[in-house]
Design a protein around this ligand. Structure first.
Ligand code: FAD
Length: 293
């Protein structure tokens, strides 16, 4: 595709959330916030969107930083970069499905600019942080002029590039509750090559066992195989109250491939993506089980 130079725009650098919200209200349809710009500026060069006012969120300190509380969970500010998440020992240790995802995203340069807020708000079906955050039971917090609200990440997406975020709202943080004892997770991403590629299929699985090794909780989320990330509830039901092994994992894989709704495009066919959902879900279940140890 022919990429042009950036169109002309007026640049704003607010220092607080309220200042950013005022700018969004003032400029309405003509205004757009951005963080790393790794999605938005590319879309502007392709003339998919042409905002006249660009509001850079990176001057807002409240949206930065990771705060880990071993009793409650982890708060990740919307402006936290993918690389900062990758460097976080707490994420690597306790929320490993999310760590797997950021480890496989983009390149070091893009990871150093791109943010978790931008990845979610871009709302593309292949957004890699979405499936692990759904499987981890994460919440997103949004603030608008009318106040703030929180909701589960799985309720955030409506369709390709569409979320429940209102035009005059900003996503401020992601919160992931601390996982229970004897639980773990994993995110597996299928790409055409091993680096710098979007997911053809992404599967996140989080499991909790009881002391006998019986699976008591399972959350499975699929990326890039529907208009938005999909929670594979039927596949979860296959695992709950069962002893995870090859046969049960295979059954969960089959159940996951029934709920996925991929498209055929230049990168992969619908049939291949469905088959790969089955294969990756089985592998992810076995790996999550192995990680519980
Ligand atoms: C070479 C390359 C490789 C890539 N590889 C991957 C990959 O492997 N996996 C993947 O998932 N993505 C990938 N991406 C896409 C992109 O880098 C990520 O989605 C990144 O996380 C976007 O974050 P950002 O801060 O740059 O978003 P921006 O471009 O700043 O914003 C994206 C959208 O979100 C909105 N927005 C941003 N922050 C907020 C906020 N706090 N509140 C409200 N709205 C907000 C903006 O208005 C815009 O619509 C890649 C991009 C490039 C260029």
């Amino acid at each position: 595709m022919f990429i042009k130079r950036l169109p002309k725009f007026t640049y704003h650098l607010p220092a607080s959330i309220s200042e950013a919200l005022n700018l969004l209200t003032e400029h309405g349809e003509k205004g757009r916030v951005f963080a790393g710009g790794t999605d938005l500026l590319v879309s502007m060069k392709k003339r998919e969107v042409v905002p006249e006012h660009l509001i850079n969120l990176k001057g807002i300190a409240e949206l930065k930083g990771i705060r880990y509380d071993p009793k409650a969970g982890i708060r990740i500010g919307a402006l936290v970069t993918l690389e900062e998440i990758r460097q976080s020992e707490a994420v690597k240790d306790k929320f490993c499905a999310l760590w797997d995802a950021v480890d496989k995203m983009a390149s070091p340069q893009v990871r150093s600019l791109g943010t978790v807020g931008g990845n979610l708000c871009g709302a593309v079906p292949s957004a890699d942080t979405a499936p692990p955050l759904i499987a981890l039971g994460a919440l997103v917090k949004m603030v608008g002029v009318g106040g703030e609200r929180s909701l589960p990440v799985e309720d955030f997406f409506k369709g390709p590039k569409e979320s429940v975020l209102r035009r005059n709202e900003i996503l401020t943080e992601v919160f992931i509750p601390i996982p229970s004892q004897k639980s773990s997770g994993v995110y597996l991403k299928l790409m055409r090559r091993e680096a710098m590629d979007l997911a053809l299929v992404g599967v996140a699985v989080c499991l909790r066992n009881d002391s006998e090794g019986i699976c008591r909780e399972a959350r499975i989320a699929l990326g890039a195989v529907g208009r938005a990330p999909i929670r594979a509830v039927e596949a979860e039901k296959v695992l709950i109250n069962g002893k995870v092994g090859e046969a049960l994992a295979e059954e969960a894989g089959k159940a996951a491939s029934v709920v996925c709704r991929p498209i055929s495009d230049i990168r992969s066919s619908l049939e291949y993506r469905c088959s790969m959902v089955e294969v990756l879900t089985k592998r992810a279940v076995m790996e999550a089980y192995r990680r519980i140890g």
